[in-house]
Design a protein around this ligand. Structure first.
Ligand SMILES: Cc1ncc(COP(=O)(O)O)c(C=O)c1O
Length: 402
């Protein structure tokens, strides 16, 4: 499989980094906004990113620790509502609803995080879906841009005496907090940064899935607010090296991330090794990726057949290292307490699964099962899963692991 970046990439837009920084920077990438907020001491402003849930839960800390940014979940559920729909499908309607809800609570949403391929769903967005989400992020909503609710450009006072943001050009730079300006007075355009986490982009092992990076799209609706990141952690199994990349055409974001790289830099040795590795396109495309995909596919086939034999429904589309497993029928009651008890039973029987609540899944009973392992360990793991679900304790009966 070819490395799925078909459009030319310009080296000046690439930033090497310790992977988690982008989330922290986009929240405050507009210097004018930062200065305004600081000068006016708007410390009560809550800024947030939208994120479809379930999602890789560690992002909550990634955005909060440096950026003080919260996440607003766009909750997805397992219900299939039509022929063309799939479980946990992200739609623009759901994005709109979550954004509206956040705005009405005075939360200023500044970005959207997309994980593609998705963790924990193993889902992959089509180019059409990606375009829809990007257009949503840029969208100019109803209302006249650059005018306040009285239809005038300029800085006005509303009936409450609060300053209402309305200048046509300042509008891009200054986002007044909801506390000063009621939610319905907020600027009518979304203009969200979109951060696409493609850390599993080369781990799409099902060829029919047809993965497309956001950078391979014909046209980006808002190139200045579209940022893509990738790392060797998953696709090359090198999490320990802490090597990641950001591709952005936004100079402010690139500069901000670069300055934080001072604390997350890579040694010259690592940079040299990475350059050697990534330069060898022939080996990557002809040797490494085919072998990696074949192994992932074999492991996935084994685990999914075992799950089918157990009558356990699951979601998986052939990307990533995990299967999103529906164990709701094994919960005596549909609560997160019961989900935790089941997780505990797995753990007591030497199986470590991740429970849905850790991914902000709103339906108790979903678990993430990682399958990217050797066959003999998968076999042992699935035996243990089976025994737990059949209500038998089994540790003593297990063959020794090797
Ligand atoms: C979607 C996603 N993004 C980022 C990361 C973090 O990767 P790293 O180990 O490079 O920090 C993970 C790790 O599981 C992940 O699943």
């Amino acid at each position: 499989m070819a490395v799925p970046l078909s459009s030319p990439l310009w080296p000046q837009y690439c930033v090497r980094w310790g992977l988690r920084l982008l989330f922290q920077v986009c929240a405050c990438s507009n210097p004018a906004c930062r200065v305004l907020l600081r000068d006016l001491s708007f410390s009560f402003l809550i800024e947030a990113f939208l994120i479809p849930a379930p999602y890789y839960g560690a992002i909550t800390q990634h955005v909060y620790l440096y950026g003080n940014v919260r996440l607003v979940c766009v909750y997805l559920d397992s219900e299939v509502t039509g022929l063309e729909t799939r479980p946990f499908q992200l739609t623009v309607e759901k994005l709109e609803m979550a954004l509206k809800g956040a705005n009405s609570e005075g939360v200023k949403v500044k970005g959207l995080i997309l994980i593609n391929p998705q963790n924990p769903l193993g889902d992959v967005y089509s180019p059409g879906e990606l375009q829809e989400y990007l257009k949503f992020a840029k969208r100019q909503k109803k209302g006249v841009p650059g005018k306040n609710k009285f239809g005038n450009p300029g800085l006005d006072r509303g009936p409450s005496g609060f300053l209402i943001h309305c200048h046509p050009t300042l509008g891009d730079a200054f986002d007044l907090p909801a506390k000063l300006s009621p939610p319905h007075d907020l600027p009518s355009r979304h203009e969200l940064h979109v951060m696409v986490d493609e850390v599993y982009m080369l781990s799409v092992f099902e060829e029919s899935v047809g993965y497309h990076s956001v950078l391979s799209l014909e046209r980006l609706p808002d190139p200045q607010r579209t940022h893509m990141m990738w790392a060797t952690s998953k696709d090359f199994g090198m999490s320990g090296l802490r090597f990641g990349t950001l591709y952005t055409e936004n100079q402010d974001v690139a500069t901000a991330v670069s300055s934080l790289c001072r604390y997350h830099g890579l040694s010259g040795l690592v940079q040299y090794q990475m350059a050697q590795l990534l330069r060898d396109r022939d080996w990557i495309n002809q040797v490494y990726l085919p072998e990696n995909h074949a192994r992932l596919k074999a492991a996935h086939t084994y685990v999914s057949e075992e799950l089918r034999a157990l009558g356990i429904p699951f979601v998986s589309r052939g990307a990533g290292f995990f299967i999103w497993v529906d164990l709701r029928k094994y919960l005596p009651a549909a609560t997160f307490e019961e989900e935790m008890l089941l997780w505990r039973r797995f753990l007591d029987n030497k199986v470590l699964l991740s429970f849905g609540q850790a991914f902000e899944c709103k339906e108790p009973g979903w678990f993430r099962l990682v399958f990217s392992d050797k066959t003999h360990r998968l076999r042992l793991g699935m035996q243990r899963v089976r025994r737990v679900l059949e209500g038998k304790s089994q540790v003593a009966e297990d063959a020794p692991s090797c």
